[in-house]
Design a protein around this ligand. Structure first.
Ligand code: GDP
Ligand code: MG
Length: 163
C-alpha cells in the first residue's frame, strides 16, 4: 500500500487544484463555488525516480454538523484520521480565518503529522504570506501556488521526507 497524504482545509482554499497539481490530472473538480468536492477522492502522486504516494482530496470543511456540509466534514475528518500525513491548506490571499482556526483545533486532536501549505501565493510576497500564519506555530510550512505549479516540486520533496 502507498502512504496516504490527505488534503484538508476550508472550502475554496485550492485543495482540488493542489490535488490536480500533485497527481498531474484534472480529476478533481475545481470550482469557484465553495464545497464542490462532496466526497473523498483518491489519486497518486508519481514523482520521477522517487517513491509514489496516494493523495486524498477532501470536501471543504464547512464547520457545520448538519446536512450535506456535516457529511462532508465527517468524510474529511475520516480521511485525515487514516492518512500518514496531513497537508493543511490555507489561502495566502485571505489570510487566517476563524474556520482555519477551528480546523487546526480538530487536526491537532487527530494527532497526525501535519504540514501547513499556504496556497495562492502567486504574485504575493511569500514571506509575508507565511507570516500571516506564524501564530499557528508550524515548523513544517511552505508557500505554493497550486494554480501556477509554483513550489509544488519542493512540497513533494518535503512530503517524501516525512513519509
Ligand atoms: P477547494 O474548494 O479547496 O477544492 O478549492 P479549488 O481547488 O476548487 O479552488 C478554488 C478557487 O481558487 C478556484 O477558483 C481556483 O482556480 C482558485 N485557486 C486555486 N489555487 C490557486 C492558486 O494557487 N492561486 C490562485 N490565484 N487561485 C487559485
Ligand atoms: Mg475541492
Amino acid at each position: 500500500m502507498l502512504p496516504l497524504v490527505a488534503l484538508v482545509g476550508r472550502p475554496n482554499v485550492g485543495k482540488s487544484t493542489l490535488f490536480n497539481a500533485l497527481t498531474r490530472t484534472r480529476d478533481a473538480l475545481v470550482h469557484d463555488q465553495p464545497g464542490v468536492t462532496r466526497d473523498r477522492h483518491y489519486g497518486v502522486c508519481r514523482p520521477e525516480d522517487q517513491r509514489h504516494f496516494a493523495v486524498v482530496d477532501t470536501g471543504g470543511i464547512a464547520g457545520e454538523d448538519e446536512g450535506l456540509a456535516g457529511a462532508t466534514t465527517r468524510q474529511a475528518r475520516a480521511a485525515a484520521e487514516e492518512a500518514d500525513l496531513v497537508l493543511f491548506i490555507v489561502d495566502g490571499r485571505e489570510g487566517a480565518s476563524r474556520l482555519d482556526d477551528d480546523i487546526l483545533a480538530w487536526l491537532r486532536k487527530t494527532a497526525r503529522p501535519t504540514f501547513l501549505v499556504v496556497n495562492k501565493t502567486d504574485g504575493l510576497d511569500s514571506h509575508a504570506a507565511l507570516n500571516e500564519f506564524a501564530r499557528y506555530g508550524f515548523s513544517d510550512v511552505i508557500a505554493v501556488s497550486s494554480a501556477h505549479r509554483q513550489g509544488i516540486d519542493e512540497l513533494i520533496e518535503q512530503v517524501l521526507a516525512k513519509l
